[in-house]
Ligand binder design. Structure first.
Ligand SMILES: [Zn+2]
Length: 591
């Protein structure tokens, strides 16, 4: 099934990353590299770099990075085989047709997709089987869900028995371990496993290619938790998808707008009533990935979240991220106590249509909310309100819109416009206690390698400069001297590189480790050592530091061994360990 490694290498080598990226992003030459405003986050001065030598890209602003394949996967939003196909076509390389029996083991994500497929039909059959009063089918009927909707969204039912799907999947040839990795079971303290979804209506979650990637389950009674979703698996990351987008995409394009609701049920009733440009975020906070997905289809967003809910301020703050992305956001307000489902059922679709028409701009919605919250009009209240509002205004790209907002805020609070402009400037330069500008998903990405020791990062970067650096490092350090899991995996591959070869290209390492190490972790390393003056000295220092770190880790684990020995009263062992500890300590301080 998988495309042979040498063909992937050929396709990658023949597609120059600078040429490919410049098809999508205008770039400027900067020394040996190229620079651009990052296509993955909003910025004013360029921190996105493309290296023709290393054939990688990396953004120092948001931490995005990788090789030519990762660029297409993240920018055009295709999966790996599609990216390979696009680049193969570009340079006229033939990709062999996949054959089923080439004896290569399926990747874990392929197996997970197969289990998902199996689970979907299993749950669907169980929904058909359960008939009669108080059956899941009866429940859906009572909630007004039609047969057609059940078919469109392929709803299902997970039976009560704690091992219903588990034993079914095992009979179909999947083992415990794989079923667990696919997220279908929960492990008890004693190590045994049982079905995650029990006695729930099942909502399969699909990606844009209509492939099932995860499941959501809703209780039929008042049990808690009301909703439950698959955990992250090799094919699913929470916050990267929007429920129902596979069905809504064309409607969103036609309407040039999208309605975003929170949950499954909030989506089904409006869909049935003909509002088909609707998706569910499956959570109150929209992530950067979800925002990017929306932008592919429209810039006009209607937010329709529960109106009488705690955490409204957090929701509003999250919407500020959409302003940065230059989306037009309107907030739909339903009368108190209603959710989209109950609103349509009780008031009809005409009223729902009206509510959409009356949706208000995020700026007005936020201001209205804050004025209600701080109704005393004290100076302190004004400071708080203006601070929150400037946070939104600061994200507006258009100067005219910005000026209009400032004027309206000045009117609402009876504060001179100049004062607001002064505060706005402070917010820009990062002074003042403003909230982080990053949306959660972006922050997560930057932090991925932050926990790795600097010395390990630098030496891994050096080894990507050529095989002589690998040889030098090898003569000082063994694989086990490294601590960070990602770097360990890189070292494993680097140490296999033959002597006197050209080494391994960073773009190639990214491909080799694509299932194990995020590409941006590798591209980040490459640029840490670039332009470094004294690489020789750097290697020496790093080797020393890595050895020290290792000794520290050993001392620490020995300390706990000694403690255990003391607690159990094993004096001989305690004494022996103490001796070892002291020898180690002397070595560590000498090194
Ligand atoms: Zn960026």
């Amino acid at each position: 099934m998988p495309i042979p490694e040498h063909i992937i290498d050929e396709i990658r080598d023949r597609n120059d990353i600078v040429e490919v990226v410049s098809q999508y992003v205008p770039m400027k030459k900067a020394g040996r590299n190229f620079k651009a405003n990052c296509p993955f986050h909003q910025e004013k001065s360029p921190s996105f770099m493309v290296s023709p030598d290393k054939q990688i890209y990396h953004c120092f602003g948001c931490g995005a990075g990788g090789n030519v394949f990762s660029f297409l996967m993240n920018h055009v939003r295709v999966d790996f085989p599609e990216a390979v196909k696009m680049l193969a076509d570009r340079v006229g390389v033939k990709v062999p047709a996949p054959s089923k029996d080439d004896g290569v083991r399926d990747s874990l994500s392929q197996v997970v997709r197969r289990i998902n497929q199996l689970a979907e039909s299993f749950y669907r059959e169980r929904l058909d089987l359960a008939k009669g009063v108080d059956s899941p089918r009866d429940y859906l009927k009572r909630r007004g869900i039609t047969e057609e909707t059940i078919k469109t969204f392929r709803l299902g039912y997970a039976p009560k028995a704690s091992g219903a799907f588990l034993s079914y999947a095992k009979r179909k040839g999947f083992d415990d371990n794989t079923i667990e990795k696919a997220g279908f079971v929960i492990r008890r303290d004693d190590g045994t496993i049982y079905d995650r979804f029990r006695n729930r209506i099942i909502f399969p979650i699909k990606d844009l290619k209509d492939s099932i990637i995860a499941f959501g389950g809703r209780v039929l009674d008042n049990a808690v938790p009301k909703y439950m979703n698959s955990p992250d698996t090799p094919v699913y990351n929470k916050g990267r998808h929007l429920y129902g987008l596979n069905i809504a995409r064309d409607y969103i394009r036609q309407a040039d707008s999208v309605i975003i609701v929170e949950g499954y049920m909030d989506l089904l009733t409006p869909h049935q009533a003909g509002f088909r440009n609707i998706v569910a975020s499956l959570g109150t906070a929209l992530t950067a990935d979800q925002i990017r997905l929306i932008k592919r289809f429209t810039r006009n967003v209607y937010i329709l979240y529960d109106s009488d809910k705690a955490g409204q301020m957090a929701m509003i703050r999250n919407l500020d991220a959409l302003v940065t992305e230059e989306l037009n956001i309107r907030v739909v307000q339903l009368s108190e106590g209603y959710d989209p489902d109950s609103y349509i059922k009780e008031r009809g679709k005409e009223d729902f249509e009206k509510a959409l028409k009356m949706a208000i701009d995020l700026f007005d919605f936020k201001l209205g909310y804050l004025l209600k919250m701080y109704s005393d009009k004290s100076l302190e209240a004004k400071v708080k309100i203006s601070k929150e509002m400037l946070e939104t205004i600061n994200r507006v790209g258009n100067a005219i819109v910005k000026a209009d907002y400032i004027r309206r805020l000045s009117d609402a609070l009876s504060i001179p416009e100049e004062a607001l402009y002064t505060e706005l400037k402070k917010a820009k330069t990062g002074k003042g206690d403003y909230l982080s500008k990053e949306t959660p998903a972006v922050t997560e990405r930057i932090d991925k390698m932050d926990d790795a020791p600097a010395a390990e990062k630098m030496i891994a970067g050096l080894m990507l400069e050529g095989s002589d650096w690998i040889e030098r490092t090898k003569s000082y350090l063994s694989q086990h001297d490294f601590d960070h899991p990602h770097i360990k995996k890189m070292v494993r591959i680097l140490y296999e590189v033959p002597i006197n070869s050209k080494g391994i290209k960073p773009s190639q390492l990214i491909s080799r480790l694509k299932e194990e190490v995020p590409p941006e972790c590798i591209s980040a390393l490459v640029l840490t050592v670039e332009g470094m003056e004294d690489k020789e000295k750097c290697l020496e220092d790093c080797v020393k530091r890595i050895k020290q770190n290792k000794a520290k880790r050993e001392l620490k684990s020995m300390q706990s061994e000694i403690q255990t020995a003391q607690l159990t009263g094993d004096n001989a062992l305690t004494e022996r360990l103490m001796g070892q500890y002291n020898r180690l300590l002397r070595g560590a301080t000498r090194g």
